[in-house]
Write a protein that binds this ligand. Structure first.
Ligand SMILES: [Zn+2]
Ligand SMILES: [Zn+2]
Length: 466
């Protein structure tokens, strides 16, 4: 049974979606005004793994991620870059998709954009006013937090601490937050019943999530910094509007830190995804990101990335060593070693699932895969022979489970891989005829192409160095 830590209740709970085996999932996406940094990558990669795992567990998942393309930061940056807000948003949306592709994150089913849903937002605001949850004031519309009894139930802060960052004499209560903002000079605007203006940030997620997924979502996720005010306000608006429970499971990932400080744009202690991927492979980065449980803070450092790279290389050795096991026709294998490996395969599968079912415990899941890889490497490096079919099963399981974590994503079955195999067969022939000068030359040249060649007692394997 899959269990999730629900920030709404502060407890780990059985995951039971509203409709059997269907999951409606919404994750707050980027504000497309700048490059994404590695702190964002942590969130994107975690929710990508969650999406992959839910599918692996047989759920039919609808996954929506929004793109915030209108807010203060967008307007400011568009002025600076001398672009319209649309040009700016297009530019950074494209860069965001490029980052996601590089990180091998699966695409959401739909990426609604705020500026394409302004009429829906105006409709929702009208209804909130009619129902007495919101009021117009001097061309602005505010949500009256006093009118919503459960305000604060997600962040569980004392009521006096639930203060909106925007101060305005137009508000009845400083805690009230904007649904609609009156047009300021040089700002993009839309027509509305309250005059020219633009929507506040929070209303977009309420409107777009319910438009595509219905009044009640199973999972709503994002980074921890979204709990208050963004998600608190989303709950208030949406539940006031629909009269129904908005989200069954609220899930937030922890911060990424640099020298123990939260990585953020404002502290200027960030690295963009692009910068990191110039030096590190996406698999390396992902392996690092999953090495800590998603709810805990984690420290970004070269040392930690190196550690993840070491873990990854051992996986690659195991995958390569076991890859062509089925081609070995050797009936003379060790029965006891084969039995042990068989047991380990079953154990790895069930323990991986147990770990992931326990609120996506990726570090534990990873350690189970490491145990299997270690065993494969021990067998092959000692030159021991196990039943090739069982070795093949070990290979497949390692590949399949590793792919859920998204750490083995290189396509190893392409034509270039077959060419490397062919070159290594020729090298093997050179070795057999004791032409070591040629066989070393082949190995060195492959090395220059970033391909590591290893001679094990009974075979030669290769893998891509990263
Ligand atoms: Zn949002
Ligand atoms: Zn949200």
């Amino acid at each position: 049974m899959l269990k999730l830590f629900n920030d709404l209740t502060g407890k780990k709970e059985d995951f039971v979606p509203l409709e059997k085996s269907k999951v409606k999932m919404y994750v707050c996406g980027p504000t497309v005004y700048d490059f994404s940094h590695i702190g964002h990558a942590r969130s994107y990669v975690f929710f990508d793994i969650m999406y992959r795992y839910l599918k692996f567990r047989g759920f039919d998942v609808t996954y929506i991620q929004n793109l915030t393309d209108i807010d203060d930061k967008i307007i400011k940056r568009a002025h600076e870059e001398n672009l319209t807000i649309y040009e700016l948003a297009d530019k950074y949306t494209e860069l965001y998709f490029r980052d996601m592709k590089k990180l091998r994150a699966l695409s959401a089913d739909y990426f609604p954009r705020a500026t394409q849903h302004i009429p829906d937002m105006i409709e929702a605001i009208k209804i909130l006013i009619q129902k007495g949850f919101a009021y117009e004031s001097n061309g602005n519309v505010y949500f009256a937090v006093d009118s919503f009894q459960d305000y604060g139930k997600l962040s569980r802060k004392p009521f006096e601490e639930l203060i909106d960052s925007e101060d305005s004499p137009d508000k009845r209560n400083p805690k009230d937050f904007a649904l609609w903002k009156r047009k300021k000079e040089d700002e993009p605007f839309w027509e509305s019943p309250w005059g020219l203006g633009r929507p506040g940030w929070h209303i977009e997620c309420s409107v777009m999530s319910t438009k595509y997924l219905g009044s009640t979502l199973d999972i709503h996720g994002g980074g921890q910094d979204l709990v208050f005010p963004h998600h608190e306000n989303e709950i208030a608006q949406t539940e006031a509007y629909t009269g129904k429970k908005f989200v069954r499971y609220w899930i937030h990932n922890g911060f990424l830190t640099v020298n123990k400080e939260k990585m953020s744009k404002s502290l200027k202690n960030f690295f963009t995804i692009q910068e990191v991927l110039e030096k590190r492979s996406p698999e390396n980065l992902r392996c690092f990101l999953i090495s800590t449980h998603y709810r805990k803070p984690m420290e970004f450092s070269d040392e930690n990335l190196d550690h993840a790279q070491n873990v990854l290389e051992k996986f690659f050795v195991a995958l390569e060593a076991s890859r062509n096991a089925h081609l070995i026709d050797n009936k003379d294998y060790s029965k006891s070693l084969t039995e042990d490996l068989k047991k380990l395969i079953q154990q790895t599968q069930s323990e991986f699932i147990l770990a992931m079912d326990d609120d996506f415990n990726t570090p534990l899941a990873l350690s189970h895969l490491q145990t299997l890889a270690r065993e494969i490497n021990k067998i092959t490096q000692k030159g021991e022979i196990v039943n090739p079919e069982i070795m093949e099963q070990a290979h497949k399981l390692l590949w399949e489970l590793g792919s859920i974590l998204g750490i083995f994503l290189e396509n190893k079955e392409g034509i270039s891989d077959k060419l490397v195999d062919l070159i290594l067969t020729i090298r093997q022939e050179a070795r057999q005829s004791k032409d070591y000068a040629l066989s070393d030359k082949i190995r060195d040249e492959l090395n220059k192409l970033n391909l590591e060649v290893k001679d094990l007692p009974n075979k030669t394997i290769w893998y891509k160095k990263i």
